[in-house]
Design a protein around this ligand. Structure first.
Ligand code: OAD
Length: 247
């Protein structure tokens, strides 16, 4: 992470008419939300097949809900960090800004970001497995909640393994990745598809990629600028230099 990298990143960003940012669990790590594949991540403790799949839910809804209730209650104790706020500021500054996220914690919206494409759903969303009923809150709905309208099982409004991503959000993400002037990839291991395909689409379209991740990923060697650092530290570092440069 040398000064040249920061200067080059600011140059790319300040000249861009459309910035597309894509974030993963590492974006929320400094807020205290666990990631999935790191040493202390969820998938080092739990088997995804038993917690995050339609089959797991059909077999043991109480177990699946217990895990989501726990994650929801954690959400009440965390807040966005300075890196989330930097991204919200960029949205206000540049002509066009698209924020794509795999995160379900809602921290980007809480930090003030507005154009957020939440590819994997939202922890605070509950949907019905039998009808169109849905609700948005972090209430504890009990061990095995049922729909008030049709009595079918309620489920967390997140995308599970084996399920399709929301079509409109996914196609908007691909369109933004291909049309933007610079693509910023933050805190994702880049191994879960189709979300990882969004960054691939940017590369295929010849868009320069800035990556922020303390660990290398399959994208690092393709990045125009790779920052081996944490999201808050690097974003604040970029922001300080960008502000010092204007107008
Ligand atoms: P992962 O847990 O796979 O990857 C987190 C990434 O964040 C790793 O590459 C870390 O090196 C990086 N990281 C850790 N701390 C960081 C920090 N402070 N700043 C920047 N980066 C940091 O999480 P995702 O890639 O988001 O899906 O995982 C993708 C999907 O897999 C999730 O949305 C979830 C999971 O299974 C579903 O549940 C459907």
């Amino acid at each position: 992470m040398d000064t040249d990298s920061f200067e080059s990143a600011v140059k790319l960003l300040a000249n861009a008419k459309h910035i597309c940012v894509s974030t993963g669990a590492g974006m929320s790590a400094e807020s205290g939300v666990p990631t999935f594949r790191d040493k202390d991540g969820h998938w080092s403790k739990f088997n995804p097949a038993e917690l995050a799949s339609p089959l797991a839910f059909a077999r043991n809804p109480q177990k699946v809900w217990a895990w989501y209730r726990e994650r929801r209650s954690q959400l009440a104790t965390v807040k966005p960090h300075s890196g989330h706020r930097v991204l919200a500021d960029w949205e206000r500054r540049v002509p066009q800004f698209t924020l794509v996220t795999q995160n379900v914690d809602g921290l980007h919206r809480r930090a003030g970001s507005q154009n957020v494409l939440e590819l994997h759903g939202r922890l605070e969303l509950t949907t019905c497995s039998g009808c169109t009923f849905s609700r948005v809150d972090l209430d504890d709905l009990g061990p095995e909640p049922r729909c008030e309208q049709c009595a079918a099982r309620l489920r967390p409004g997140v995308v599970w393994f084996g399920e399709e991503l929301p079509h409109a959000a996914l196609s908007s993400a691909f369109a933004a990745a291909e049309a933007c002037d610079v693509f910023v990839l933050i805190g994702t291991s880049g191994v879960v598809y189709p979300a990882a395909g969004v960054a691939e689409a940017a590369l295929a379209a010849g868009v320069p990629l800035i990556e922020i991740n303390p660990e290398q990923t399959p994208f690092s060697s393709h990045a125009a600028i790779y920052f081996a650092g944490s999201s808050a530290v690097v974003l604040v570092g970029i922001e300080e230099r960008w502000k010092a440069r204007t107008p």
